[in-house]
Design a protein. Structure first.
Length: 166
């Protein structure tokens, strides 16, 4: 039977001292409240990313236009994340985002017009269908044209867009 008051064995070379139990304030567990060692330096604060190369700037600017085929979310994310890293991506992502916001407003207006004209049996449905097809075409064709122009080295300005983000 062992004695509960007996001293635990010491490690060789420890000078006769037993190491403190893990989890105690002196046991090396940061959660235990031990102060960091004097040579500790905190991690540096995150800094903005490095500027984009000219090729990457052009790539992301064209992707902002191409992403507009899906919705306003790809241009928004590209603009928010990369606007400070490249002048072309800042300009073109804003342009694409403004166009996508304009189209979102047009979709809402088209829906309202479709509901109102839905009360006119054949003519109302036909007008609503034509408006919907026109918006789909505008959402697919113009962003592709913009992406191709930017990928070719130019810039693109949509023929109609509210300039909400300057």
């Amino acid at each position: 039977m062992s004695d509960p008051n007996a001293t635990p064995p010491t490690e060789p070379g420890s000078g006769g001292q037993t190491p403190p139990p893990y989890g105690s304030p002196a046991g090396g567990n940061p959660a235990g409240g031990q102060a960091p060692p004097p040579h500790y330096t905190p991690a540096p604060a995150p800094t903005p990313g490095a500027p984009l190369s000219q090729a990457d700037d052009k790539l992301w600017a064209s992707l902002a236009h191409f992403g507009g085929v899906l919705s306003f979310i790809p241009p928004l994310l590209i603009w928010l994340i990369l606007k400070d890293r490249g002048p072309l991506v800042n300009q073109e992502a804003k342009e694409s985002l403004n166009y996508q916001i304009t189209l979102a407003i047009a979709w809402v207006a088209c829906t309202i017009v479709g509901v109102v004209l839905g009360f006119i049996p054949i003519i109302g449905s036909l007008i609503a269908l034509l408006l919907t097809i026109a918006l789909w075409a505008a959402q697919i064709v113009f962003p592709i044209i913009g992406g191709v122009k930017v990928q070719g080295g130019g810039t693109y300005r949509y023929p109609f867009a509210l300039r909400l983000i300057a």
